[in-house]
Structures are given as C-alpha cells and as structure tokens.
Design a protein around this ligand. Structure first.
Ligand code: PLP
Length: 469
C-alpha cells in the first residue's frame, strides 16, 4: 500500500482539502469556546512572573493543541476537573499513567500507610519478597528490578543487554518511543538510520549506537541481525507511539526466532501495551522475551517501573558482576527507586487494581467503542478505521491498517486530529492530543462510553455535512 493510497480518497463527495479547511475552521471556533470557559487557566499560563519555564513544570505540556493548557484541580476515577470548574471525562488517562483510573483507593491507602512508615530508606522494605512473587506470577518467570520511570527501566535494561552480549548496538523500529533514552531517539529515513530531529544537546552520535528499521519488515530485520552487532532489539509488541501499528501475523514469532538465532536479546517494552490484558501482550500472546519492561500504570499512577530479565540473562549478569572489583557505580539504579513507597504501591496495584476484573470491564467498554466508532465512521462515509490493543484504541485516518511508521505518518491528518480533539473536549471528553488515542479505565461507565460516541458522531457530522453546521 503506498502512502498516497492510505489517506485518500474520501467516500463522501468532499475532497480532503475541503475536509481539512472545515476542520481548521471548526478547531478555530472551538478554541475560542475553550478559552472563554477557562479564564483562570488562561491567567495562570499568561502570567509573566518568574517561576516555571513557560509557566509549566515540563515544557512539552505546552504542546497540547489547545490555545493554552488547562490546570487540573482534581482527578478521580475517570473524571478530571479544572481550576475553572469544567469537568471532563478522561479517555487520555495521563497517556497511560492513570490507565486504571485516577487515584484508585488501594493506591491512596498504600500511600497513606507508607507515609506513616517512612517513604524511602535505601533498603528493601519487608514487602519486597511478596511483591517479587506478585511480579513473577503476573508477568512471567523474570528476575525483576525497580526503576522510577519506564525511560530509566529501558535505559538500565539496555546496559545489561550490552554487558551480557558484549555487543554495542540497539535495534529499534522506525516511529518508536521508549522514553528519554538516547539510544532510541532515531528515525529511519531514505533507507538509513538518522538522529531524530530536534534532539537537544545531543553529544553522542546516535547512529553509531542504534539501528532503526521499519516494523513488519522481515528482510530488514534479517539483514540487521546478520551483522551480529546488535545486542538487543527493543520493541513494543504493538507500536503505539506513531499511530498504532499492529504486528503482521507471525511477525513477533519471527522476531523471537531470528533474535535467538543471532544471539541478540529481545526486550519487550509493555509500558503502553499493558492495555492488552492481564500480564500485558507478553502473557496474553505467549511471547518469550529476554527482557520485559512496564512503567507508567504499574504503580497505579505513582512513579515506578519494573524491568525483568530472563533467568539466563540474570545469571550472565551475576557472572559479570562477580568478576568486577569492589563496589561502584554501574550506571544502573537511582536512589529513590525500589523505595518503601514504590513497593507498597506495586503491591496494591498488582493485587487490587490491575486485576482480571478490571481488564474485563475495560475490554467490554473497548468493544463497545470499537463498534460505535466504526459505525459512526461508516455512516459519515469516511475511509478511516479503528486500531486497537485491548483497552487502547486509535482512530486512524486510513481505510486499511498501517504496517509501519511511513504508512502511519502518511495517514496522519493534523487538521482533522486537532478538530476532533478540541471538538470532543468542548463536549466534555478528553482524548489524547497525539494521534487520537482513546484509553478506557475500569472506572469508565457505560454512560461515559455512550457520551463519547455521541460526541464523536457530532464532530463527524459537522465535518462531512453538505452544509456547514
Ligand atoms: C512504550 C513506552 N515506553 C517508555 C515510555 C517512557 O515512559 P516515561 O516517560 O514514564 O519514562 C513511554 C512514554 O510514553 C512509552 O510510550
């Protein structure tokens, strides 16, 4: 499928450029409405007083496609309230950090109990053995370590992969995101690996550490692995950060077989695909990686990530460590990781929040959304489809599933995406600003699902109506 085939033509008699100009006009009107409902947020973000750079704790918080971000007064279950008193049903869920709803009660209780016992000591808490077992029971027979973010977990696991294989390079797939990890910030352009645009202060040439190839391309994978330079392939089983790209039938099995045959480790990052079901894509689809990572929601919204190694990798690590002289900095670990607080939250999340019942509710809601979105798209005559991994769905502006980042980029239509985002927001529904990701929590209700579907239909009707509405 060529990129041109993907986004066009429309089944309605509107041209893509008419649709985009309508989307732009709609987004402009909606932006005015958005701003008029949020005087306090506006004042906060217009404030010239010194404080946060750009008035936000992380400057990319300005990248949301609204005139200015809104400031959150509270978040509970699936509802966000802003400082101007507007309520939103949250289908963005902190881009996965709050996948199981905001501030689940067991997590709040665990935080409060931890606060009474001391939050961090640089020693393992008495719950560590139980939590280690919970992790193996849930995710598989890995040997685990704790980090504070998925970025860190990936970074540490890459170090181990290099150490135990004695190889330097990491292979990632074009369009990937695995956090703020130097070795992954590359793209595939004109048949070669290039540093991602806009990297700040980059000192190491990432094309010397990393190879990027298109997803679902077996020949490119074989060629890269044949060099025997690749220590590890770092992959999401379904790519979720460049639209949503599903693996071809058998692709992940081929990936496993080829990595094993070439002595390359397979590192599966489940930070987003944990939406698949209990144990993530790995458990649900029987993958057998050497390294397994989950961040974001694994602590119920508290900063914690886990990285697991197969017993073989852990054994190899132990042998290397046994040959080292004395203690010292290995480049792995941070002071507050593995704290009393994180272990308590992991325990609460694994045993009371991230449960089979929670996934069953999420899956039921996601089924309804998948059908409802698809019906609305068909009724509007648009050549789009829904891509899904468990509780996570995306509205993709192409008739057929995209198979790699190039196709996914070709299918993106920013004007329509922005109009959808702000059009839904002004009706009280927050979806992710980047590639229309919709995530369902166990706290989402039937009424909220139906409301989002109605809102979606309203936006589509406005976009494709014969007369502008
Ligand atoms: C697949 C994947 N891995 C890792 C990360 C990094 O997570 P964090 O920003 O919490 O370190 C992300 C962030 O979006 C991600 O999508």
């Amino acid at each position: 499928m060529s990129p041109q085939e993907i986004a066009r033509p429309l089944a309605t008699d509107l041209t893509l450029s008419t649709l985009c100009s309508r989307a732009r006009a709609m987004a402009e009107g909606e932006a005015g409405l958005y701003a008029s409902r949020r005087p306090q947020s506006k004042a906060m973000f217009d404030n010239p007083e010194p404080g946060f750079y750009d008035q936000v704790p992380q400057y990319w918080m300005r990248d949301w496609p609204m005139p200015f971000p809104f400031a959150v007064a509270g978040a509970s279950g699936s509802i966000l309230t802003d400082i101007d008193g507007n309520e939103l049903v949250d289908f963005c869920l902190g881009d996965t950090g709050a996948m199981f709803g905001h501030a689940p009660r067991p997590i709040v209780d665990a935080l409060s109990r931890s606060a009474q016992r001391g939050l961090t000591t640089m020693l393992p808490s008495g719950e560590a053995a139980e939590v280690g077992k919970l992790l193996s029971d849930r995710f598989g027979p890995f040997v685990f370590q704790i980090a504070t973010t998925a970025s860190d977990a990936n970074r540490f696991a890459i170090r181990v992969a290099r150490a135990v294989t004695g190889r330097k390079k990491v292979l990632v797939f074009d369009g990937c995101y695995h956090g703020a990890v130097d070795e992954t910030l590359v793209d595939f352009e004109d048949g070669r690996t290039v540093a991602r645009k806009n990297l700040l202060g980059q000192a190491v040439d990432v094309t010397t550490t990393t190879v990027s190839i298109p997803f679902n391309d077996v020949a490119a994978l074989e060629a890269a692995l044949e060099t025997h330079e690749i220590a590890v392939v770092l992959a999401e089983p379904v790519m979720t950060n460049c639209g949503m790209i599903l693996p071809d039938d058998g692709y992940l099995q081929t990936l496993r077989a080829l990595t094993r045959a070439s002595g390359t480790l397979l590192h599966i990052d489940e930070t987003h695909t944990i939406s698949t079901g209990l144990g993530g894509y790995t458990a649900v689809h029987g993958l057998d990686p050497d390294i397994f990572v989950v961040g974001k929601p694994v602590g119920g919204g508290v900063p914690v990530a886990i990285w697991g190694m197969s017993r073989k990798v852990a054994q190899a690590l132990s042998e290397i460590r046994a040959g080292m002289s004395g203690i010292g900095h290995s480049g792995i670990g941070t002071t507050l990781s593995g704290s009393t607080l994180q272990i308590a939250c992991l325990r609460a999340c694994l045993s009371e929040v991230m449960t089979a019942e929670a996934y069953a509710t999420m899956s039921r809601h996601a089924d309804r959304l998948e059908h409802g979105f698809t019906d609305a798209i068909r009724a509007a005559g648009l050549p789009w489809h829904i891509s899904r991994v468990g509780a996570r769905l995306e509205i993709v502006f192409s008739a057929k599933p995209v198979r790699n980042a190039e196709e996914s980029r070709a299918a993106a239509i920013d004007d329509i995406q922005h109009a959808l985002h702000i059009g839904l927001l002004n009706q009280g529904y927050l979806v992710t600003p980047f590639h229309n990701m919709v995530l369902v929590a166990p706290t989402t209700t039937d009424a909220q699902i139906e409301g989002l579907l109605d809102g979606f239909q309203t936006v589509l009707t406005r976009l494709v109506a014969q007369e502008e509405v």
